[in-house]
Design a protein around this ligand. Sequence first.
Ligand SMILES: [Fe+2]
Ligand SMILES: [Fe+2]
Length: 259
Amino acid sequence: MIHVDPDLTDEDFLKLFEKGIKAQWDSEQIDWGAVEGISEIQKQALGQVITPVYLGEQTAMLGISQVLPMVLTTGYAEPALYLSSMGLDEARHFRNLNHLYRVLKVDPLPSRRLPEMWRYHARLLHKRDPVQWVFGILISDLFAKTFYGGFADRFPDTVVGRLSRRTLQDEARHQAFSDRYLNRMLPTMDANARRELLVLRDDLFRIMERLGERLRGSMEVLDWSPEEFLAELWRDTERWVNKLGIVPHPHSADDIAAL
Ligand SMILES: [Fe+2]
Ligand SMILES: [Fe+2]
């Protein structure tokens, strides 16, 4: 339940919250006119490849608004504080991409051309448990990071690269949140609940493979491939899975109990 006057002692989350507040920025910090060096065909391709990231920013807003009451009503106010600032970050990312489409004068892919985007969205929304949610948000943050990183490398001195680099700073903080939250919660979970996280990871990756196929043509225009993208994202995700120790030790008591 919610406490009127909690002690707020979890310094890790409080520090991250302060950092999140200080790091806020607005669209005036971006030079929206820097479009030279992006050809018309590249703009069209960018419009298509950015589409799942664009919806992903809204999915992130939705995810945060789902998980926040779950965390706050268990009386854990510090992560709920941070999640509130994270919601503002995602709203800014969504707003900025909305503006970017108008600056580039291109359209996102219509929904029917990218049905996996909705499957991904539905798979995340399916979850009622805050740990599953935060893990899904982490994978989505890594997905966004891989895209923004690729845009920053390919169009470094343009509005696309500058916006991507600035957004990546927010995304790094979001990963730090997931790291702290999952580290606190994982020891309270049994082997089955932890395996469920890997099922979620595998489901999301299967959806992303199909999504990559749909984007192949436009990615190739950007000198990119779905394989390259997914390999990078998988490496990143696995690094987190190992760092967090999600995979139960093969001989742990939990594992034996689950047999
Ligand atoms: Fe974002
Ligand atoms: Fe994020």
